[in-house]
Design a protein around this ligand. Structure first.
Ligand code: XIL
Length: 390
């Protein structure tokens, strides 16, 4: 006798095989055919829900899959809300928990949007993580005034305490400090010359972690950064400095639980992916820390060919290549893409240095602008399936 669950899983596998017969079937095995026509991919995101979702495939291999979202999109578009809740086991707001959004004035916090996301997550059996308590790019104008600047340390402690207490017991993890390393700033230990660093001093990092832990005893406290993925000299130097920072924090018993690797990878990269990243992951694992791939996406601006079919194949292959290395280490527990649909990728809407080709919207994420699964979806799912660790 098969159980109801086995029956549902088996029927949906059969349905998937029917829906993806012909050339698309090969995508299920992780093979990427550059001539693949998008028309042969499933027409709707509902065709890859349930047992076919990224969420379910991730879970079978010791991973939680999820996405960053712009909260207003979840509120305003029911299809998007369905896509997110079908595919994700965890969500994170892209901007709504940063200082500027959350703290419009010294004496005012606005939790409306993140509170909405938390109830959306809970109603749909998803986890939520927090991003971020401290980032050089989200420093409100009011704290930089002559009057307030001398009190930065107190504002900082109050902010982290209030925000962490508000969500205590409800968040899976917090990106406590984001992007603290920038060797070209010329500071000791490669620390970035951010507002927080300049006003509080280099111990702002330790202060942030200790304050967060005092206010929320449960969330995994995470240090998150970028530029550690490739076998380039620049990334190698960043990895070395981040590991040094982590070792120092651990030595001082700072409550650090995980390391975030943003994973903004690039198609058409001159550098290779492999040893550098693998060794970095292993060093973090040996420190007893978890690893989260926090902001995965593929920047495809440097692909010369304009043909979307060819670009999609290269993008999918980039996901496969990256995840092959990243998922090999058992310390990796979470994978989140930075949004899930090309309609909302920050690469089309964000800073201009990510928009080398402003007239060619990027196709960076697993679902296209109309929420149809792309080859990138099957590349990510196939990478989960090939993971040996349970
Ligand atoms: C980005 C958001 O996606 C944008 O909407 C916003 O304008 C700028 O920030 N690394 C991070 C994220 O840690 O916070 C950034 O998010 C993307 C790069």
């Amino acid at each position: 006798m098969q159980t109801r669950r086995e029956f549902i899983e088996k029927s949906s596998r059969t349905a998937a095989a029917i829906a993806l017969s012909g050339p698309a079937a090969s995508l299920l095995a992780g093979y990427v055919n550059p001539k693949q026509s998008p028309a042969s991919l499933p027409a709707s995101f509902h065709d890859v829900a349930g047992s076919r979702s990224l969420r379910t495939h991730a879970r079978r291999h010791g991973l939680t899959f999820g996405s960053a979202v712009i909260i207003r999109n979840v509120q305003s578009d029911p299809d998007y809300a369905d896509l997110v809740s079908e595919q994700c086991g965890i969500v994170v707001p892209t901007g709504e928990l940063k200082w500027i959004a959350l703290r419009p004035a010294p004496d005012r916090y606005d939790f409306t949007l993140p509170d909405f996301l938390l109830s959306f997550a809970q109603n749909n059996h998803m986890l939520m993580r927090g991003h971020t308590l401290c980032w050089h790019q989200s420093v409100p104008a009011w704290i930089q005034t002559e009057e307030n600047r001398p009190h930065t340390r107190q504002f900082f402690v109050d902010h982290i305490t209030t925000v962490c207490k508000h969500y205590a017991g409800h968040l899976h993890s917090w990106d406590v400090v984001n992007e603290a390393i920038l060797p070209s700033d010329g500071q000791p230990a490669g620390l970035r010359k951010s507002f927080w660093y300049e006003q509080i001093g280099p111990d702002y990092i330790e202060l942030a972690f200790r304050t967060a832990r005092a206010a929320d005893p449960d969330a995994k406290l995470t240090y998150n950064d970028y530029g550690v993925e490739y076998d380039s000299e620049e990334d190698a130097e960043r990895r070395r400095l981040i590991l040094e920072l982590l070792r120092n924090l651990k030595k001082r018993d700072v409550p650090l639980g995980a390391v975030g690797i943003q994973s903004h990878v690039k198609a058409a990269q001159p550098f290779t992916l492999g040893e550098g990243l693998a060794n970095y992951l292993e060093s973090i694992r040996q420190m007893g820390l978890e690893v989260y791939l926090t902001e995965l996406d593929v920047n495809e601006d440097d692909i010369k060919d304009d043909d979307p079919v060819k670009r999609d194949a290269i993008i999918a292959q980039t996901y496969t290549d990256y995840l092959k290395v990243a998922l090999a280490n058992p310390a990796v527990k979470l994978v989140l893409t930075w949004d899930i649909s090309d309609r909302f990728t920050w690469l089309n809407n964000g800073p201009t240095h990510h928009r080398k080709q402003p007239n060619r919207p990027q196709r960076s994420l697993p679902f296209d602008r109309d929420f149809r699964p792309k080859e990138a979806f099957f590349a990510i799912r196939g990478s989960f399936d090939r993971r040996q660790i349970k």
